[in-house]
Design a protein around this ligand. Sequence first.
Ligand code: HEM
Length: 405
Amino acid sequence: MTNTRVSRGTEVPEFPVTRPDSRPFDPDETYTRLRAEAPVTPVSCPAGMDAWLVSRYDDIRSVLADPRMSSRGAGSMHMLPSYDMRDPLPGSMIQLDGEEHTRLRRLLIGEFTVRRMEALRPYIQKIADQQVDAMLAGSSADLVRDFALPIPSLVICELLGVPYDDHAAFQRDSEVLMGFEADAATRDAASRRLEHHLGELIEQRLVEPRDDLLSRLIARGNATERPLTVQELTALGVLLLVAGHETTANMMTLSTVALLQSPERRAALLGAPDAAGTAVEELLRYVSVIQFGLFRYATEDVTVGGTTVQAGEWVVAAIPSGNRDESVFAAPDTIDLGRQARRHLAFGFGAHQCIGQQLARIQLQVALTTLLRRVPGLRLARPLEPSEFKRNDIVYGLRSMPVVW
Ligand code: HEM
């Protein structure tokens, strides 16, 4: 699926555009210029293909909502320098189109209703409290390791029905898989262990269903003309583990950094009862953890922002740029925790829009308010170095975040 036509023989700027060292929360200024002057512009990706970089909010939404823009093979990792392993999510729902995608999404969506997710809030509160208790037993912590990574991992394991004793192994492997810190062989092994482990769990649920997501998925699939295969169930399980882990964890740490930058922000988060909900939307907009964007492949000629993208060409919907589009968000580079930012693009848009978004919101609300309320003296142990930010990873984040209180 490589193409070279986009460049039309001229020199093409390189993608991805990483964040500047001096302003770790802001997308590169190039995006401001592109939105004004060249909102659909050719770029060259590290994997060798050219693509159209789409930087305006409205154009991004139109790309992501267009059924002619395929997600097949669009796993972002193909485009990035750190990509050096087999696709961790082969054939998974996130890379399917049309009816094939709808079939799986329809089976899964009932598991992610607001009501079901709200029912998890007490469990999320319990584990957030446990993590804080463990932190407070000492005098310093690494917020990534001791707080942000364990919470989403425990939540997803609970959701899937992973037995408590297996949590640690699942957590370790999903961290390795999405962390992009380990070498290819290590990540590959982690991916295989996860698949094997989930496969075993699914076989058990097929024989002896329980009150958990996997058992309900099996039952729902069995009620259709095409029951889910063990392979499909495994792919869905791995997708949930991978899609919901690093994203949520990195949002937790980066949001905490932003909140610790000013007492007003802390106060805004802990203010009125619904303040945390509003604040989390603004943090999702401001941070854009899916930091390079979402990739699509045109199956037909499609006009985007006045430019014709031809069948066979790649498109990058630059989420961080859309979230800073001045025509949609006033003073977009300012963090305003009272802003109504819910139409941000952090969870994507269209047919693949994040299915776990409500779960992510609740985890962020609970984790951030619990942390700031229970550890009022929380602060960075030392200023963060630029090298501690994961500039080249699909999911933006911090490698570690030493804190004291
Ligand atoms: C802050 C946290 C999160 C962010 C920023 C995020 C972001 C996204 C984005 C941008 C997409 C769209 C991908 C595309 O269009 O190609 C997506 C899809 C998805 N997300 Fe999330 N996500 C988060 C948390 C979660 C959680 C907690 C779960 C579940 C446990 C989850 C499960 C999924 C799944 C299954 C899809 C694929 C949906 C489909 O293909 O129809 N995500 N996410």
